[in-house]
Design a binder for this molecule. Structure first.
Ligand SMILES: Nc1ncnc2c1ncn2[C@@H]1O[C@H](COP(=O)(O)OP(=O)(O)OP(=O)(O)O)[C@@H](O)[C@H]1O
Ligand SMILES: O=C(O)c1ccc[n+]([C@@H]2O[C@H](COP(=O)([O-])O)[C@@H](O)[C@H]2O)c1
Length: 216
């Protein structure tokens, strides 16, 4: 059976969502023209310290930030419902079972996570369920990867068309994204009363102000 659907996945802590996340989602939505972009707010991101905003607030902000996307959007709450540490391998297994073997699944990450990929649980098995599409991020050199990740990527590198038309197992590197924005920087700016209007979508700025998020 041929591949007739492509789902792009963007997972993250989103504490809060910012323009870098929206740019990452937009970039790959344009490149892959997926049938759906699924956002996966992490429940218990085991490599991060405690999150500040509640799951409900992070979901509200995601909905606001991605409201104007050109592809259908789903906010998938499975990682929030799970009590265990958030492992992407668990999520991909669940999604593959839900979507069946003939759907292309592309997991999107930024260069910082690409540099850390070898530390993720069973990272090599991620390719059994999905493609991994990584984009550049200022401050993180895509040429400086763990050797095993560099090897896996060079062996699996593919075109956008191949990603769209193959269920899993391929890799993509996009080197033109250059959004020097992080959630850490936004939390810190808000705590110090500094402006963040250039870093988050306008609707998210309103939400942050209404809910007094990250001010203490
Ligand atoms: N500015 C950016 N450019 C490209 N990708 C990004 C950018 N910011 C985040 N990402 C990617 O989005 C995903 C979710 O990121 P996350 O929610 O941890 O944001 P963050 O800004 O890195 O957060 P924090 O500063 O709290 O560590 C990750 O794959 C990350 O690499
Ligand atoms: O599976 C893992 O071990 C793993 C380790 C670190 C990060 N991730 C996933 O990578 C995505 C981005 O994570 P973060 O920490 O940058 O928000 C998010 O979906 C996380 O669940 C996954």
């Amino acid at each position: 059976m041929g591949i007739n659907r492509c789902i792009a996945l963007l997972g993250g802590s989103f504490d809060p969502v910012h323009n870098g996340h929206v740019a990452l989602g937009n970039f790959f939505s344009t490149l892959l023209a997926p049938d759906e972009l699924r956002l996966l707010p992490a429940g218990n991101p085991w490599q991060k310290s405690a999150l500040r905003a509640t799951p409900a607030q992070r979901i509200d902000m995601l909905r606001i930030a991605f409201a104007h996307l050109s592809v259908p959007l789903i906010i998938d709450e499975q990682e929030i419902r799970r009590q265990t540490p958030t492992y992407t391998i668990d999520t991909l297994q669940t999604l593959r079972a839900e979507l069946g073997p003939d759907v292309s699944i592309a997991f999107l990450i930024g260069a910082d996570q690409l540099q850390q990929l070898h530390t993720w649980k069973e990272w090599q098995s991620l390719f059994d369920h999905a493609h991994i599409c990584a984009a550049s991020r200022p401050g993180f050199d895509m040429a400086q990867l763990a050797p095993e990740v560099a090897r896996a990527f060079s062996r699996r590198l593919a075109s956008a068309e191949q990603i769209r038309t193959t269920p899993h197992g391929l890799a993509y590197l996009a080197s033109t994204l250059a959004y020097d924005i992080s959630a850490t920087q936004i939390r810190s700016a808000l705590q110090h009363g500094e402006p963040v209007h250039a870093l988050v979508p306008a609707g998210v700025l309103d939400y942050l102000q209404q809910h007094h998020l990250y001010t203490s």
